[in-house]
Design a binder for this molecule. Sequence first.
Ligand SMILES: Cc1cc2nc3c(=O)[nH]c(=O)nc-3n(C[C@H](O)[C@H](O)[C@H](O)COP(=O)(O)OP(=O)(O)OC[C@H]3O[C@@H](n4cnc5c(N)ncnc54)[C@H](O)[C@@H]3O)c2cc1C
Length: 521
Amino acid sequence: MTNQYDVIVVGGGHNGLVCATYLARDGRKVLVLEAENHFGGAAKTREIAPGFKISAGAHLLTMLNPEVRKDMRLDEHGLKFAAKDLKTIALAEDGEHISIHGDAISGGDITAKDQAAMKDFHKTMLRFSKLLASAFRNRPPKLVEGDWHDRINLLKLGLGMRMLGREDMRELMRVGLINVYDVLHERFDSELLKGALSLDGLLGSHMAPRSPNTVLGYLYRRLGDLWGYRGPSLPEGGMGAVGLAMANSAKSMGVELRSNSAVVSINTESGRTTGVTLQGGEVLEAGIVISNADPKNTFQKLVGIRNIETDFSRRVENIRMQGNVAKLHLALDGLPEFVGVSASDIGQRLVIAPDMDYVERAFNPSKYGELCEAPILEIIIPSVHDTSLAPDGKHVLSAVVQYAPYSLKAGWENEKDRFKAIVIDLLEQYSPGIKAKIITSELLSPLDVEREFYMTGGHWHHGEISFDQILMMRGAYGSNQYATPIDGLYLCGAGAHPGGNVMGLAGRNAAKEVMKRGAAA
Ligand SMILES: Cc1cc2nc3c(=O)[nH]c(=O)nc-3n(C[C@H](O)[C@H](O)[C@H](O)COP(=O)(O)OP(=O)(O)OC[C@H]3O[C@@H](n4cnc5c(N)ncnc54)[C@H](O)[C@@H]3O)c2cc1C
């Protein structure tokens, strides 16, 4: 086995695999080093009890970029779907639920006025999202010292804005700078609808409906709609199947994949990378190292602060990436029933966010390092669609739980069981009898997320998606076009433009940037 490569990718998350595949396709000799025993990063399926499998991190595929999917031939490499275009069911305690599917809403207290408003709102949001979609396909342009690529990209962005027309442009400037709470209040009457819609602007973030940047979060989430998904989908075999198909694709292009290979340092000499050292001391050489790890992990742990200049190191330290999400996993001795949810809807995306004030109140304690007593939940029972996930007649439930602050004052070791009980009690309110069906339960705190997925702060986007951390501001100024202040070292993960979720564009764009700069980098 050789220890010399053209490119070493640190981390076999989905973005690392995408990046490696594009570069191998371009003729590079590429090695991917993954600390864990599986590929896909937080797109991972694992057992919680014998025969019960859950998607341990990401649990819904909402915005896998279709170009990445096609280029990597993921369908040929085994990616299949157990369910597609799921509806969102906004749960009401009295069973008067609302169903949301693209721009169609029905049920509960939904009026014809709200239905018409939704059509208009959806259309407007998609027009605005288009601007993001075009900016996300390219490296973010530098504003001042950019080259002709940057100027073209900036021009495209400007042109996209102009094409919106005066009224839309004015509206975009207005809503972009307020918050999803005000925007939804202006448009809709149903509190339950507004509660559920607001989640699309803030899931995975340290934000609530009244926070700035939540409209940006909402537009970000709508990219999935632009790419042809009417709702989230469930890969057959759980989210790990995405990682598996990507790993197969990478291998087919000649990428060498090594699991159980934690990188302990990215090595540098005179300001340029020379390769990496693995736990255990093995040294591997490459002129180009691309990190799928988040920026803090990359620069503070793997490169080492002493090897980067002070200003850049401060900017990295200031990246906002405090996770505020926990994850509940249940193995169930039978299918639970939710009050008022029909058999055909039980496998849809169920959310508990009765109104926007409830969501805001759930967020408040987390600002002070405390837990809420009434969290919000995004629930999915994937075994309804995919019998490979649980033994016959049994089921698994996965729920994203907000808000659960990474820096919990009382300490997660002291509070985890209490919080798990709060979440399960909340579920019991909407699904009487579910408690009695629990065979095994597991709550991942943000600290557990950090440990299991190597995500600093347990932040699911490797850094907040906000105006101060998107486009040319993502990944900290100085590493915002994938290249970093260390020659030959690049970023390719969710902490780089355009950000997180299982999307693949950060990996694709990073590979394109490496190719553009040529082998010498
Ligand atoms: C609880 C939770 C729920 C989520 N739900 C959803 C969802 O439903 N839908 C969705 O689209 N997104 C969801 N996300 C977000 C999504 O999972 C991430 O944005 C996405 O996984 C980022 O992909 P990535 O490839 O950039 O990084 P990651 O998935 O974080 O992969 C990085 C990889 O690098 C490896 N690594 C790190 N350091 C080293 C090292 N030193 N040596 C070797 N390997 C290393 C890690 O082990 C990991 O495999 C969720 C995230 C969390 C935490």
